[in-house]
Write a protein that binds this ligand. Structure first.
Ligand SMILES: Cc1cc2nc3c(=O)[nH]c(=O)nc-3n(C[C@H](O)[C@H](O)[C@H](O)COP(=O)(O)O)c2cc1C
Length: 189
């Protein structure tokens, strides 16, 4: 009934996308929604890099796959079942990090307010995308590309800047079942 609540309730992390591109106007709409998020002192400490180029996406995958496997290694001990599920994806998928999404939006933040504010921009983008029939996924593992100078240059990453997301955007090929969500812990006073 309420479109905002609908978007919040129905948003899922989408890990399978149709190959068709997302129109630039739609990407602009969701980036505009991100840009309207609240931010500390209204600093809007973010900028956006949208990657659609297949060659650059391929370089991202080549870099992020080995880095994310290393990053996930401790999970083998702490949560072997989860580690196994994720590693199965690495065997089965051509792109187990960015899930072959047509657009990858790097939200790049800088300054004292970035850590608190940039995730709000990301969430605005994901909810706006949901309301437009697009799927999204925040892929932290996709940010593990800083050891590749070519990618750092392409994103124009400067000292002191941090990647939030990146946020994958595309038309869902498959929408996952909602995961179990814990009830909120609330104290009323
Ligand atoms: C900070 C953050 C990092 C995430 N990183 C990844 C990731 O690297 N790969 C991935 O497949 N999903 C990632 N996710 C998606 C979560 O796995 C997902 O939000 C969670 O399982 C709940 O599912 P839902 O988003 O459908 O409610 C991330 C989500 C957040 C908020």
């Amino acid at each position: 009934m309420n479109p905002v609540l609908d978007a919040i309730r129905n948003r899922r992390s989408v890990r399978a996308y149709e190959p068709r591109p997302v129109a630039r106007a739609l990407l602009m709409t969701i980036i505009d929604a991100a840009n309207r998020a609240p931010s500390g002192m209204n600093t809007q400490p973010w900028r956006f890099v949208v990657v659609e180029d297949p060659e650059l996406k391929n370089k991202l995958v080549q870099t992020a796959v080995p880095n994310s496997k290393r990053y996930l290694e401790p999970l083998r001990e702490t949560n072997p079942a989860r580690h196994a599920v994720i590693m199965k994806r690495y065997e089965e998928l051509e792109d187990p990090v960015y899930y072959s999404a047509p657009a990858i939006v790097f939200v790049i933040g800088k300054g004292a307010y970035a850590a608190d504010s940039c995730p709000l921009a990301c969430q605005n983008m994901m909810l706006a995308a949901q309301s437009l029939g697009l799927g999204t996924c925040w892929v932290k593992l996709g940010s593990l590309i800083l050891d590749n100078d070519e990618l750092v240059r392409a994103l124009e990453l400067k000292q002191g800047e941090t990647i939030f997301g990146p946020i994958l955007v595309g038309y869902p090929k498959q929408i996952p079942e909602p995961p179990v969500k814990k009830d909120p812990v609330i104290k009323w006073i």
